[in-house]
Design a protein around this ligand. Structure first.
Ligand code: HEM
Length: 396
């Protein structure tokens, strides 16, 4: 036990984490890392960590603060960082805006945004799929939903990237520049939202920001700091995840020409294809929990207060759950992947992300019959929590 050397900072691991996941799962599925955290890689164990209320969230903020020596602003206040009953209250305030039925109404609008983005590049013959297509789509959609001016997107692009990278701070050295940058960007984004909230308070509109302000003004449902944390969570979640569903998903299809052809010939397979792409190379590789009491899992006891990292990306390649897990099969049966998590924190944006992914990938394949990779070695962003490409050059 404990002999496996697993360094999450290895460039090789970032480029392709799946062989390491398989090794950990086979040799030490409940792995204690010398850097001071536990790693879960089996589907059944990850599911327990996501479902069992003893694997809680609220202690994470204090854990991160103790490790870094300072408390990043806003950490610990959004629904993602809370346990019931606060989690239930905060999630309830925004959940109505993300139900499958509400999101379905957006479909024609999302299709128009997709068509517009592809028309802009169509005559060029090549593009960076991330910069020109996968990134702008979810950004435009979440900005419109929240009521954030899309024109400001160049201002908060870097803040979003820094904050997303800051999710890695818990396993980087405490003096790492990553934490400092993430903190500066959180401050900048908080200031940005403070100004926007003041504007909307004075003249409300029909957007989600105005609705949240109304909830805050109604009394004890939402504090001002929680309002700010909710805005930051939604903006960053809308920015840093769906881009990677479209990016990782397109790359997987371009590398599996048989599946690509099947989907192109049967666009009706898109819903099932997107689920498989989420399983095969999902945007969120891991999450975190801290047990509120000692818990025994997979024969090992994790102490109260210790940091546990359930690896969603590893669970979704577990051969005990998914036959032939490294094979991409867009019609995979019984695909109970957990790319959107499970239990009370199940991704609130899942219906939106699914629709965006389905429309974007189908439009790409239909409008660009000669779509091909323009590099053999696409580069991944330096991130251990979110998995995504820094660029994806393609020709068409
Ligand atoms: C393909 C894209 C996406 C993926 C793979 C993804 C994945 C996830 C995962 C795994 C969680 C659970 C984390 C945990 O249990 O600790 C989560 C939570 C969440 N996601 Fe997403 N997400 C995506 C897109 C979005 C979008 C577009 C939005 C909003 C616009 C969003 C908003 C949220 C929120 C608010 C939570 C917190 C839910 C809670 O704590 O109750 N996500 N997401």
């Amino acid at each position: 036990m404990g002999e496996i050397t697993f360094n999450p900072m290895d460039a090789e691991f970032i480029a392709n984490p799946y062989p390491t996941y398989h090794r950990l799962r086979a040799e030490e599925p409940v792995h204690h890392n010398p850097r001071g955290f536990w790693v879960l890689t089996r589907y059944e164990d990850v599911l327990v960590a996501l479902r069992d209320p003893r694997f809680a969230k609220e202690a994470i903020a204090a854990f991160v603060a103790a490790r870094l020596g300072f408390a990043p602003p806003g950490i610990g206040l959004s629904m993602l960082d809370r346990d019931p009953p606060d989690h239930t209250r905060l999630r309830g305030l925004v959940s109505k805006a993300f139900t499958p039925r509400v999101v379905e109404v957006l479909r024609p609008h999302i299709q128009r945004i997709v068509d517009g983005l592809l028309e802009r590049v169509e005559t060029a013959g090549s593009m960076d799929l991330i910069e020109d297509f996968a990134y702008p789509l979810p950004v435009i959609v979440i900005c419109e939903l929240l009521g954030v001016p899309v024109e400001d997107r160049d201002r908060f692009k870097q803040w979003g990237l820094d904050i997303a990278r800051g999710l890695d701070a818990i396993w980087l050295p405490p003096d790492s520049e990553v934490a400092a940058r993430s903190m500066a960007s959180r401050h900048a984004l908080s200031d940005y939202f403070r100004a926007l909230i003041a504007e909307r308070r004075a003249s409300p509109r029909g957007d989600m920001l105005s609705a949240l302000i109304a909830a805050e003004e109604a009394g004890d449902t939402l504090s001002e700091d929680e309002l700010l944390a909710t805005c930051i969570l939604l903006l960053v979640a809308g920015h840093e995840t769906t881009v990677n569903l479209i990016g990782n998903g397109t790359l997987a299809l371009l590398r599996h020409t048989h599946e690509l052809r099947r989907l192109r010939e049967n666009p009706g397979l898109i819903a099932s294809a997107v689920e498989e792409l989420l399983r095969y190379d999902g945007p969120v590789q891991r999450t975190a929990r801290i047990p509120s009491e000692d818990v025994t899992i997979g024969g090992r006891t994790i102490g109260k207060g210790e940091l546990v990292l359930p690896f969603i990306g590893a669970a979704d390649r577990d051969p005990a759950q998914f036959p032939d897990p490294d094979c991409l099969d867009i019609t995979r049966a019984d695909n109970r992947h957990i790319a959107f998590g499970w239990g009370i924190h199940f991704c609130l944006g899942a219906p939106l992300a699914r629709i965006e992914g389905q429309i974007a990938i189908n439009a790409l394949l239909q409008r660009m019959p000669k779509l091909a990779l323009a590099t053999d070695t696409p580069q991944y962003r330096q991130s251990l929590t979110l998995r995504g490409l820094s660029a994806l050059p393609v020709s068409f």
